[in-house]
Design a protein around this ligand. Structure first.
Ligand SMILES: NC(=O)c1ccc[n+]([C@@H]2O[C@H](COP(=O)([O-])OP(=O)(O)OC[C@H]3O[C@@H](n4cnc5c(N)ncnc54)[C@H](OP(=O)(O)O)[C@@H]3O)[C@@H](O)[C@H]2O)c1
Length: 241
């Protein structure tokens, strides 16, 4: 494997569940682009070591770190080791996931928690830990979902449910990051709704204190309506706040 464009030179990536399958391919591709990669695994040390060996023999940087991504303590250790080894973090790929299929009557609580603890909770906890390591320029979190989240696949209620949650979480976190980048915590429409709620509250309080009706309140020009913050205006278009 030779380094491609090197566009990730100087960056550090953690790929969860990278001892085989999709995660291993992602780890090798990130390394080929110049990133130093943490190859996470749960139990397949041999597989993870093989991925690391492939990366380093091609001139890339990688280490294998064990950690069960369904457990907070393991996640904290994984990211602490990443910081200690590479000094920074720029990319998290939440790839570790399990998939088992069973009809409704065979679904067990154990199966449910196994899927949601890793595919959903693990993804959230790993994202929290990663976000703490990102510098002020930010970082990238990439979540591995599945077509199972939107396709109607029989016997996949638990797995599809967990990946549907991954889709929703990804949209929510992306929206929060988008607003945070713009120095706000919530969309304008939501702020507008809050603002109009407080206008309604002011108006109700004013009406109650005056013992007047809503219709009468609206019959007055906006600028003299009790509780209104409309500025006095000579314009006939002056609108209520
Ligand atoms: N394969 C597909 O067709 C497909 C399609 C759509 C989406 N996906 C999604 O893609 C992701 C990877 O799928 P895959 O098929 O490549 O899986 P895979 O071949 O079964 O590999 C799973 C990887 O996750 C690791 N892992 C399992 N449990 C873990 C845990 N508790 N903590 C940390 N790592 C753990 C495994 O490590 P160990 O070997 O050490 O246990 C392994 O490296 C999953 O999120 C899956 O839902 C897969």
């Amino acid at each position: 494997m030779s380094t491609n464009s090197n566009k990730l030179a100087g960056k550090v990536a953690v790929v969860t569940g990278a001892s085989k399958g999709i995660g291993a391919a992602i780890a090798k591709n990130l390394a080929a682009e110049g990133a130093a990669v943490v190859v996470n695994y749960a139990s397949s040390k041999t597989g993870a070591d093989k991925v690391v060996a492939e990366i380093t023999s091609a001139g890339g940087k990688a280490v294998a770190f064990q950690g069960d991504v369904a457990k907070r303590a393991d996640i904290e250790r994984l990211f602490a080791e990443t910081k200690k080894t590479f000094g920074r973090l720029d990319i998290l790929v939440n790839n570790a996931g399990i998939y088992e299929f069973s009809p409704l009557e065979s679904i067990t609580e154990e199966q449910f928690h196994k899927h949601f603890d890793l595919n959903v909770l693990g993804l959230i906890l790993a994202s929290q830990a990663a976000a703490k390591l990102f510098d002020s320029a930010g970082g990238s979190i990439i979540n591995t979902s599945s077509i199972a989240s939107t396709l109607a696949i029989p016997n996949s209620a638990v797995y599809s449910g967990s990946k549907g949650a991954v889709d929703a979480i990804t949209r929510s976190l992306a929206a929060a990051a988008w607003w945070r980048q713009r120095g706000r915590t919530q969309p304008a429409s939501r702020r507008a709704r809050c603002a109009s709620k407080s206008k309604r509250r002011r108006r109700s309080a004013a009406l109650a204190s005056l013992g007047t009706s809503r219709a009468r309140w609206f019959s007055w020009p906006p600028a003299i309506r009790p509780g209104s913050r409309a500025k006095p205006s000579l314009s006939p278009e002056a609108t209520a706040d």
